[in-house]
Design a protein around this ligand. Structure first.
Ligand SMILES: Nc1ncnc2c1ncn2[C@@H]1O[C@H](COP(=O)(O)OP(=O)(O)OP(=O)(O)O)[C@@H](O)[C@H]1O
Length: 334
């Protein structure tokens, strides 16, 4: 027979509750006492395992002398604050190599940073990294902190991680499958705490890196780069399909090297045609994000590590226009 027996049910549970520390009593969601047994449901929101164990031990201690058996159940509130989210990923892909995807990724990141976005850049081209050159961070080495890579700072307000920032970069050439995926994850899971968006420059095509990206990194969206040529457009269609099948929304298609402005006479010609990407985007029912002209200055500045988007003029504005659309898309798709 419990010493609490004989009291009215409400009074009995109130008396038992009064034996608890105030912090424990405040967590009681229900307390039933009957037949020498106390059954408590406690709200364990925000408590780690050790704190839960401590709370339970206190309850057992406090009530153990009054009832023969103490049963404790812990409930965590489902609205517990989620752990801080990592940056959202915008993957930049193309079906075909050499369409200017890396140049576009670097300039998109710089243009976003100029708009006040906290942006990082991951060079996922494990075999042929180019972002260290494009951002002028060649020769800089990424350090590690608590087992994760610390991004390399650039002059453009865009920290970056590339295989070129690792001292063993040369070994990557022999890597296959899981090792390649591991390398990508190391770059993506670096110390990106300061960034709200990560631009990931993917290698061309649909290989291991792209699959790892889709399956393990869950990009928020994908930007597809194409030149106006038919062949590039067919490949761009495949890239769009890859992301859509993987459940990654396509932010849109960009046409790069869209028209050539002659540096001598200023006449604009279309060596690769023009408008093909816009028509393809329409056919695929994905947004068209605009054109970046073929301009010797874009190539020269890319090679010099001073991205065009960091400067002024119509070509810088073309990248700003693209960045504005990506930023608007991110805001509209939280
Ligand atoms: N709009 C442009 N105007 C002039 N040159 C450009 C333009 N875009 C890219 N380039 C140049 O084209 C070449 C290929 O570009 P980039 O390396 O960015 O392409 P990619 O698609 O990333 O290539 P890869 O498949 O090798 O990764 C580079 O020399 C680059 O400077």
């Amino acid at each position: 027979m419990s010493s609490a027996e004989g009291l009215g049910a409400g009074t009995e549970s109130d008396d038992l509750k009064a034996l608890l520390r105030p912090d424990a009593a405040a967590r009681v969601q229900s307390l039933r006492a009957a037949d020498g047994r106390a059954t408590l449901v406690l709200d364990a929101t925000g408590l780690d395992a050790a704190a839960r164990a401590g709370l339970e031990a206190h309850v057992r201690d406090a009530l153990g002398g009054k009832v023969a058996e103490v049963r404790v159940a812990m409930m965590a509130d489902k609205t517990e604050p989620a752990p801080p989210k990592g940056p959202r990923i915008i993957a930049v892909g193309s079906g075909k190599g050499g369409v200017g995807k890396s140049t576009l990724s670097a300039n998109l990141a710089v243009a976003l940073a100029r708009m006040g976005r906290r942006v990082g850049l991951v060079d996922a081209d494990i075999y042929g990294p180019s972002q260290a050159r494009l951002l002028g961070t060649e020769g800089q080495r990424a350090t590690a902190h608590e087992g994760r890579l610390v991004p390399v700072e650039s002059r453009w307000g865009v920290p970056a991680l590339s295989m070129a920032h690792l001292s063993n970069a040369g070994q990557a050439i022999a890597w296959r499958g899981p090792k390649i995926s591991g390398a990508l994850l190391q770059l993506v899971e670096g110390h990106w705490e300061g960034a709200e968006v990560l631009i990931v420059d993917l290698p061309p095509g649909t290989g291991d890196v792209q699959l790892t990206m889709l399956q393990r990194c869950k990009p928020a969206g994908a930007v597809i780069v194409s030149t106006p040529q038919d062949l590039a457009l067919i490949d761009a269609t495949r890239a769009v399909e890859l992301f859509e099948k993987g459940g990654v929304p396509v932010v849109g298609v960009v046409e790069n090297m869209a028209g050539y402005a002659c540096p001598h006479c200023g006449e604009v010609s279309d060596p690769f045609g023009c408008g093909g990407a816009e028509a393809s985007a329409k056919e695929m029912d994905v947004p068209f994000l605009g054109r970046i002209p073929l301009d010797i200055a874009i190539r020269r500045e890319a090679d010099a590590g001073t991205p065009t988007a960091a400067g002024t003029g119509p070509q810088a504005e073309a990248f700003t226009g693209l960045a504005a659309q990506v930023a608007a898309w991110l805001d509209a798709n939280p």
